[in-house]
Design a protein around this ligand. Sequence first.
Ligand code: HOZ
Length: 429
Amino acid sequence: MKNERSVELLKRAQAVIPGGVNSPVRAFKGVGGTPLFMNRAQGAYLWDVDGNRYIDYIGSWGPMILGHAEPSVVEAAKLAIERSSSFGAPTEGEVRIAELITKRVPSVEMIRLVSSGTEATMSAIRVARGFTGRDGIVKFDGCYHGHADYLLVKAGSGVATFDLPDSPGVPADFAKHTHTLPFNDVPALEALFAAKGTELAALILEPIVGNMGLIPPDPGFLQALRDITQKHGTVLIFDEVMTGFRVHPAGAQGLYGITPDLSCFGKIIGGGMPMGAYGGRAEIMKNVAPAGKIYQAGTLSGNPCAVAAGMRTLDTLAAPGLYEKLEKACARLEEGLVKALASTGHSGRVQRVGSMMTLFFNDGSPLRNFADVKKCDHQKFAAFFHQMLGRGIYLPPSGYEAAFVSMAHTHEDIDRTIEAARASLEALK
Ligand code: HOZ
């Protein structure tokens, strides 16, 4: 595979951008080699600056559920930018998208638009603290909720990939309010709430974890969280930045039938443009300024181009049968990968919920938490990643991430991916 232009651009980038990238997960540090600099994308395909084409399983880390440059989304964003890229004043589009989200996700009675998932989670935590008058928060080992100080504790995603459990620059005084628990561990949860329940403002989680690779909740785990937080007056926050509008029209909460107090969104709701949102029970959200006293603001919040692209994406997703079709394609991919592992004699496990999945190299047993993921053979994952890349398949460059499938992936793309996986695994023997 020719990559001279990417190599040259990385060299230039490293001189002026830390590590040569504007977000660490892009750097290929977990798998080695040179990150590919991208030139364009259409549907399920990416083209890098050296002209190589790939079937894309990152989808910009989640937003591109309709595929890249979907014509109606492009048109909506174009029309919006022609009317101005920002007003710093309210627009009708913001009202329409807020109405749409509150209708589609019933737990969200009121919503505030922001510009990223990180902003959404940090704002939701502030609101939970302001509402309860408590400081403590609970998160799970390996869940990643963006890079706010008090959420960068035992986090997943790039933090796990680069093995940086506690980032320098996070004051111990901030992190001391964050309690961490193993995912899917109800006794540990009960013990923490028995000891500290009255101090805990919020419990935040990815209801289906994507940021330590794909880890689904055990049956009953989300209900246990709902029950214990309700009992202690702790705000339950679902971080649906990845899962929102992806695993179900109403996100993970719709899939599992659990009602959180607050939810955070990002990625899909901006249709690939920078947007996030947090919302939930009106009783809590009406405390946000200017309706209430909890302050949170943003010059580009509810940006008209992001709102237009997001609105168009959410409208398209309302067409009947789309999620079912995506589920079928993803089940076909999962089955193909499982067979490829078996036929080449590799042990491992494919975990999937809807269009999010991860192939883990382990002994084949189910992975339920961060400790399970850490024990996987990440060197083998790196070798597999490069084998796949050489065959034109672009996977997340880390064993601590989930792959995303879009509605633009055809059966032919899926079958080519399965064949590439079989050949890649064969080459690793
Ligand atoms: N949260 C995204 C996937 N783990 C990655 C976004 C980023 O850190 O660039």
